[in-house]
Design a protein around this ligand. Structure first.
Ligand code: HGY
Ligand code: MN
Ligand code: MN
Length: 415
């Protein structure tokens, strides 16, 4: 199967050029820029003979029927949205490697037994809707709740209406969610977003499991005051309270960094009000994100943190409340898919390494529909979610070749 490295790399460069010009590389979900990228992708899907549709949850799907009737589809793909000022490969590599495989199969005159679906999952990255991520794969797997559909972004738009804006049918999401066991397999190629493969000069990673992620919104309440006329002892400074939370969380997570299933905790987003240079902050709203392969540790971290900081917050005269935004359990990748990837790599003469994914992926929701697996490629210095995200054309080529081989093996082996 002739996986064309130059064609794959040319598409990666073309898609990455569809970005907010002032903050490369940015294509935020639910924006006109995102739709520009979607239009480009849909045209590419059509050009290689795929039937293009958008499902109820807003996922873009390119489908080719199989040679045998009644078989479940093999899904491949990833996501075309980015974080703000993100990279050119996170998500895009998986989508365009899948497209390259579909085109190579066509050029080789190979018709798979199973239907093949390339899926651009909507809003894999944390969105403007209360930082909710994996929106399209939640919808496809029946995990998107009515409460989440009612989430609103700053301009008041609901997630329900935003899904309609990108061509989904939000009122049909529940009815059209796919059933458990409805897919033959899902395989995604992704950059590692870590340093293991590059440091060990290994071309392919076979993901063992995808980390569990819990996000909580913590609201610290104090009292807004004049910054000049309010003596220090009288202040109830919400941002100082937030600082204690951030510092304590950092120390507590650092102590768990070397566990067999390491835990990481991040306060990556904070909103302060009134957010003025001459006003004592009255409120700080923080998003706590906790990740680990150990679900109990992920669940307990926030509670432990709030309990341990309570006395300091009381002495500051501030209060804090935490409410869960989302919780996703760690997800094991399926042996059948991992074996197909390993067998393919061996046939290609490419070394592999089993490793867990510290990044979240749509596969955690797609695993509700059938067996999932992921192929990692190295990326420069493990950097991602930053414009410095980088990789070599040959690495992208290795990922696409492994994807193509794994898809063909799964097509032969699965009913
Ligand atoms: O946040 C993540 O782990 C993924 O890159 N969206
Ligand atoms: Mn990402
Ligand atoms: Mn990603």
């Amino acid at each position: 199967m002739p996986i064309d490295q130059d064609r794959l790399w040319g598409r990666l460069e073309a898609l990455s050029r569809i970005t907010d010009p002032d903050r490369p590389w940015t294509r935020r979900s639910f924006t006109p820029r995102f739709l520009e990228g979607r239009d480009w992708l849909a045209a590419q899907f059509r050009a290689v003979g795929l039937a293009v549709s958008i499902d109820a949850g807003g996922n873009l799907i390119g489908r080719r029927e199989g040679s045998e009737q009644g078989l479940k589809p093999i899904l491949v793909g990833s996501h075309s949205d980015t974080v703000p000022s993100g990279g050119r490969y996170d998500g895009m590599l998986g989508l365009l490697a899948a497209l390259e495989v579909a085109q190579a199969l066509e050029e080789d005159g190979v018709r798979l037994r199973h239907p093949l679906e390339i899926v651009d999952f909507l809003a894999e990255e944390p969105s403007e809707f209360v930082n909710l991520s994996c929106i399209g794969s939640r919808a496809m797997s029946g995990a998107l709740t009515a409460e989440q559909l009612a989430f609103r972004r700053a301009d008041g738009t609901s997630l329900h209406d935003a899904i309609a804006y990108v061509g989904g049918r939000p009122d049909a999401i529940a009815a059209e969610a796919r059933a458990p066991g409805s897919i033959a397999a899902y395989v995604e190629v992704h950059i590692e977003q870590g340093r293991v493969l590059e440091k060990n000069a290994i071309p392919l990673g076979i993901v063992t499991d995808i980390v569990g992620i819990r996000r909580e919104r913590i609201t610290v309440s104090g009292r807004a005051d004049h910054s000049g006329a309010t003596p220090m002892p009288l202040r109830r400074d919400a941002l100082v309270g937030a600082a204690r939370l951030i510092e304590t969380a950092y120390r507590q997570a650092l102590a768990m960094a070397e566990l067999p299933r390491p835990l990481v905790a991040t306060f990556g987003k904070i909103e302060v009000s009134p957010n003025a240079a001459n006003a004592v902050p009255g409120e700080a709203v923080l998003t706590l994100e906790v990740r680990s392969g150990d679900e109990a540790a992920v669940r307990a971290f926030g509670e432990t943190l709030m309990r341990s900081v309570a006395p300091e917050l009381e002495s500051l005269g501030v209060t804090a409340t935490a409410e869960p935004i989302s919780h996703v359990a760690p997800t094991a990748c399926a042996d059948a898919v991992r074996t197909a990837i390993a067998d393919t790599a061996r046939a290609l003469g490419l070394a592999t390494r089993d490793l867990p994914s510290g990044a979240g992926h749509d596969g955690v929701f797609v695993s509700r529909l059938g067996p999932v697996g992921m192929i990692f490629t190295p990326c420069r210095d493990g950097r991602s979610h930053a414009p410095e995200e980088d990789m070599e054309p040959g690495q992208a080529h290795d990922g696409a070749r492994a994807l193509g081989g794994a898809v063909r093996m799964l097509d032969e082996r699965l009913d």
